[in-house]
Design a protein around this ligand. Structure first.
Ligand SMILES: Cc1cc2nc3c(=O)[nH]c(=O)nc-3n(C[C@H](O)[C@H](O)[C@H](O)COP(=O)(O)OP(=O)(O)OC[C@H]3O[C@@H](n4cnc5c(N)ncnc54)[C@H](O)[C@@H]3O)c2cc1C
Length: 441
């Protein structure tokens, strides 16, 4: 049976910041159907882009050619309890995988903030969380298979097609269609989260101690102030407890905040006050909760937003953050929404991982879009990028950045190696799009 495509589909990413009108939209249910789409694309000289959860805040998943939504290729193919490994079709949402793994007494050791993202999608962009003993999510992958532009399926792992494996672990969607992914899991575990107030000085002075104290340590800095909320997440045997409250989490933390952020689009000078007020309202006390790992590692992202998230060598954390603070103090017209989320990730050897050969600190900045309204952010964005570049940063592949090939050549010792693999696998550029042209040309 031939796979059917649809015309007239409009793709929009989660934050509704980018979208596209693919010429044809496919939702294959098996490898044979994906092959048929690539055959058709080859015959008609079309470009192809696979999408997963559509969560990337940039245009990395956009195309005006053929779009393949992988959501129907979401089966669990094999659970190896001995090795604690699971092989899945690449379009599976991690939220479904988490639940299935739980049934087998297994879990992923680390997840990003949300799980309505796919196995292939998170490794495509180098999705990360926090914890200096943990790498980006791709470091949990032990094998994968992909369908190349020529229609060949290649299996790769540390021991088979090892160079391609190291490239595919952050593949940017440009090496082929990822068909299956095998994850190394761990026995199921529970986490306790403890968040407590602190100051920027205290956290930066005692960074090593915080990193040692908590397996998944991160902190939120409230720009235009010294306020910090420290978040520890650690293994626990305690029964699940929750600190959730509709009033504080939604009525105040979402509806009131969104309204005030909207007001601040007319009165930007309100932003520093909002940051301090909400710290005092919501983050000034110690809060504890515990649950199964994925419910603690994930957290609800309620606001549509613009984000940037660069990784810098961990030793530059304090200097870079203080530079950002000074920049905001010197330029009162530049306003920054809270929080700046600071996370820590172990270095790896994945060719295009922002943590390539470096233990890293990710500094995620945001500007919310209250009621979908865009807020001026250019000055903040450019100043942040300058600081990140100065401290040896590399941008998150899924998020905003203005970098081009020249920058990436300087940032990544293995950039040429990745390009050579990409050119060999996809000589006609079937999997390129506007975003990737900026990366490669
Ligand atoms: C609310 C929210 C919270 C987030 N939290 C975090 C976080 O904590 N940490 C972090 O690092 N990032 C975070 N992100 C970013 C997110 O993790 C990445 O954008 C991730 O890539 C999204 O996965 P996806 O399945 O939606 O992929 P998509 O956005 O659909 O695609 C991402 C890339 O993968 C490619 N792709 C997808 N499937 C395939 C396939 N089968 N074969 C080949 N290529 C494919 C696409 O072409 C594209 O290049 C967040 C984003 C949002 C919106």
């Amino acid at each position: 049976m031939m796979v059917h495509g649809h015309k007239g589909f409009k793709f929009r990413n989660w934050a509704k910041t980018y979208g596209c009108h693919p010429e044809m939209y496919f939702q294959p249910t098996c490898v044979e159907e994906v092959k048929q789409v690539l055959d058709l694309a080859r015959q008609q000289n079309k470009r192809v882009k696979a999408t997963g959860g559509g969560h990337s805040p940039s245009d990395i998943a956009c195309t005006d050619g053929f779009m393949i939504h992988m959501g129907k290729m979401n089966r669990i193919l094999k659970v190896d309890k001995e090795k604690c490994q699971v092989t899945v079709e690449a379009g599976i949402l991690l939220m479904d995988l988490n639940v299935e793994l739980r049934k087998h007494g297994l879990a992923l050791a680390n997840l990003g903030a949300v799980s309505d993202v796919t196995a292939a999608g998170v490794i495509g962009t180098g999705t990360h969380n926090t914890g200096i003993k943990h790498g980006i999510l791709s470091t949990q992958v032990v094998a994968l298979s992909l369908l190349t532009a020529a229609g060949t399926i290649i299996e790769c792992s540390e021991t088979s097609n090892a160079d391609l494996f190291k490239a595919s672990l952050v593949h940017l969607g440009c090496l082929g269609i990822i068909l299956t992914v095998t994850f190394q899991c761990v026995p199921q575990f529970h986490l306790q989260e403890t968040s407590f107030p602190s100051t920027l000085k205290e956290v930066l002075d005692n960074l090593d101690s915080h990193l040692k104290k908590s397996e998944y340590f991160r902190f939120l800095w409230f720009p235009h102030s010294d306020n910090v909320s420290v978040i520890y997440q650690d293994h626990t045997n305690k029964p699940p407890t929750s600190a959730a409250s509709w009033f504080w989490d939604y009525a105040v933390g979402f509806y009131l905040l969104e309204f005030l952020l909207w007001v601040s689009t007319f009165l930007p000078a309100l932003v520093p006050w909002i940051n301090r007020f909400f710290f005092w309202l919501l983050f000034a006390n110690k809060v504890e909760s515990s649950d199964i790992s994925y419910k603690i590692l994930n957290y609800e992202c309620r606001f549509k937003q613009y984000v940037q998230d660069w990784a810098i060598p961990i030793e530059n954390t304090a200097e870079a953050l203080l530079d950002l603070k000074t920049m905001l103090e010197k330029n009162p017209k530049v306003v920054a929404h809270f929080p700046v989320e600071v996370r820590f990730v172990k270095g790896d050897d994945i060719l295009l991982s922002p943590c390539f050969q470096k233990d890293s600190c990710y500094m995620n900045i945001i500007m919310y879009r209250p009621y979908g309204k865009d807020v001026p952010r250019l000055d903040y964005w450019l100043a942040y990028e300058r600081i990140m570049k100065k401290f040896g940063g590399r941008p998150h592949w899924a998020k905003a950045h203005t970098c081009t090939r020249k920058d990436f050549e300087e940032m990544y010792p293995s950039f040429q190696k990745f390009c050579a693999i990409q050119e060999k696998l996809d000589p006609t550029g079937m999997f390129l799009n506007a975003y990737l042209e900026k990366v490669f040309y």
